[in-house]
Design a binder for this molecule. Sequence first.
Ligand SMILES: [Zn+2]
Length: 271
Amino acid sequence: MPELFDQYHYEPKNKSVNAIIREFEKEYQEIFELAKTKWNHSIREFHRDATGLKLSRNSSIGRGMTIQIRFLPDEENQFIKLIDEHFPELDFMEYTKIRSLHDALIHSDPYFQIGEIGLPFQQLVDYCSKYLDRYNLKKLHSLLFTEMGKSKDVLGAYYFKDSRIELYYVPLIIFSQIHRISLEHLIVVVLAHELAHAYHHIGFDTDGYQWDEMSKTDSNIVEGLAQYYTSLFVEDQETIYPGVKDAYLELLAYQTVSTRATASLCSVIFC
Ligand SMILES: [Zn+2]
């Protein structure tokens, strides 16, 4: 597996990225596994019911088409290299904490304007504001996600060649941190999108046919279909898991109009 092996040949310069990779098994793997077990099942059920497509030609004869799901740090280290190029010193966890603190300080500002606490309080607000100016969220997002998303997969991918889904945990964790959304729900949205690709590609329709030509179809149609069924799934989950919709809306907000149709944050690989 040369591509798996190569993943570990690049040593990230950014220490917080290194920590994510080092601590992945301890800190985050459980959340990803949850997506693979609990969520994978309910997303598949939803896609089956919503599309009428089944992974088995005849559900009474057991095993149907299999979809492998893999967690990798990044797609060929491209996202990690982008961080090293633009933000080698940025600690993403520190960034998240300072953003939360800054918001809390601004909200509680009227209660700290008097007495001896006034000055240190203002100094703390200034410190946070200066830090957040240096790492402006829009700039951060645009350099790490939007630009790369125009041509590459950032958060996940579906491979037509062997019906395989890859989820890239470094960008997923960082996206959830800087946007302060649930990592679990972010993974769910990306997985729902990639599984939609899988159903549209290898699912059997009511006549027992698979849509083999899907891999040669215009990417706007392929992505538009996946996006549509992802949005239906999000709507379906909205009441019980509002965090899923929060994650979906956060993803949408940062996709440009031109890239929404091609779902730049999670695209397909035609190979
Ligand atoms: Zn896609």
